[in-house]
Design a protein around this ligand. Structure first.
Ligand code: NAD
Length: 399
């Protein structure tokens, strides 16, 4: 099959197996080019392990610290006529590279919110690893089925309080337009908290604790975003921000139970991922951010961010450095005054005409395509390729 990108808005319905493999390999190569991790966790579970920050959180401890990894994700398998989703091909590539390096890796494709998935993962930990030292919780999902009631909850990306109007980038047309979003009602806020808050994170930790598979001194981390004021209405002060407040409160609850700094919330940089490209305003902000950070030599992708999380915080002799609200801040370079001042100056004046000169929209688009395995060096996109690939640890009849 000839595989080409089919992009509409923030969705690409195809992905390229060799391209995804090359993307994963680049991340592995970056980690290997860094000093080996000190005090690295040796048995790591990543929930949301196939793309974005979660995939990076699987690659870093594996290839930087020799960790055994378990990865949970929700991806589309390939058929003879349709490609898999990118996270499937990423996981094929990750597992093949792990096997070649002699590293244990097991993956689970299904709903992380379900009781069945938790039971399956716990059974694998008991059978193969005994216990785990670290759990990374990196889910980004638009919906959640409550595992006990079967009720379906949907998250939304809306402001709370007042109607929000701001600049937005139409990524299909490359045009700046205005976007107006009505505020969420209480029900929508509650639903978003149910999906993207800390409830399921806590359910995972409770299930693992009850099963006796959490090692003494284990740690767990989940990810948050804060960003500058132009994004607050839609993010920090919006429905998703309410969910993240719940996530932070959940970390506090877990720390009270398991000990200080057991549960961490890391505030990460805004980056092009499948999840972030769906958030209004964020693609324009990221395009401006990339331009400024690249010019200053400060730009990082998911893999560089997570490398810093493990090297500077997880592995630090005194443990992670926390801000006044108890969070790890690897968004520190993004939030530097000089970076934000430059972005704010351009934000007010950017137009469709000036977009390409004042922002890195080209870099945004390149990154977006790379998420699906397109635009990678050394890949012959004109050649036929077989979409049918298997994740080695997932039996053909399992999903
Ligand atoms: P992503 O879309 O790249 O990854 C989401 C992952 O969740 C994938 O592995 C997907 O398979 C998995 N997933 C989704 N629903 C699932 C389900 N029901 N069961 C099992 N797996 C499921 O997203 P991302 O941007 O890497 O986001 C990960 C976390 O990082 C989120 O909490 C997000 O808020 C946070 N974060 C993202 C950014 C950013 O700019 N991208 C910045 C800061 C924090």
């Amino acid at each position: 099959m000839l595989i080409t990108p089919k992009i509409r808005g923030f969705i690409c319905t195809t992905s390229h197996p060799e391209g995804c493999a090359a993307h994963v390999q680049q991340q592995i190569d970056y980690v290997k080019s860094q000093p080996p991790l000190k005090n690295a966790p040796k048995r790591v579970l990543v929930v949301g392990a196939s793309t974005g920050y979660g995939l990076a959180s699987r690659i870093v401890p594996a290839f930087g610290g020799g960790a055994s990894t378990l990865g949970v994700f929700f991806e589309k398998e390939p058929t003879e006529k349709k490609t898999a989703s990118a996270g499937w091909y990423n996981s094929v590539a990750f597992e093949e590279a792990a096997a070649a390096a002699g590293l244990y890796a097991k993956s689970f494709n299904g709903d992380a919110f379900s009781n069945e998935m938790k039971a399956q993962v716990i059974a694998a930990i008991k059978a193969d690893l005994g216990q785990i030292d670290m759990i990374v919780y990196s889910l980004a999902s638009p919906r959640r089925v409550d595992p006990n009631t079967g009720e379906i909850y949907r998250s939304c990306l809306k402001p709370t309080g007042e109607t929000f109007t701001n600049k937005n980038l139409n990524t299909d047309k490359g045009e700046i337009e205005s976007v107006t979003i009505e505020p969420a009602n209480e029900e929508e806020i509650a639903q978003t908290v149910k999906v993207m808050g800390g409830e399921d994170w806590e359910l995972w930790i409770n299930a693992l604790a009850e099963a006796g598979v959490l090692a003494e001194g284990f740690r767990t981390v989940a990810y948050n975003y804060i960003g500058p004021e132009v994004t607050w209405a839609i993010y920090t002060d919006g429905t998703i921000g309410r969910a993240k407040l719940h996530l932070e409160a959940t970390a506090g609850k877990m720390n009270a139970r398991f000990g200080d700094k057991t549960a961490l919330v890391s505030v990460n940089k805004a980056l092009v991922t499948q999840a972030s490209s769906a958030i209004p305003v964020v693609p324009l902000y990221i395009s401006l951010l990339y331009k400024v950070m690249k010019a200053k030599g400060l730009h990082e992708g998911c893999i560089e961010q997570i490398q810093r999380l493990f090297a500077d915080h997880y592995g630090a002799p005194d443990g992670p450095t926390l801000d006044d609200k108890g969070r790890v801040r690897i968004d520190d370079w993004e939030m530097r005054d000089d970076v934000q001042t430059e972005i704010a100056a351009v934000w007010d004046t950017v137009t469709t005409e000036s977009l390409n000169s004042v922002s890195d929209f080209a870099g945004y688009q390149t990154e977006f395509r790379r998420l699906f395995g397109f635009g990678l060096n050394g890949i012959d996109y004109g050649a036929e390729t077989d979409p049918l690939r298997r994740v080695p640890s997932i039996p053909a009849n399992e999903t």
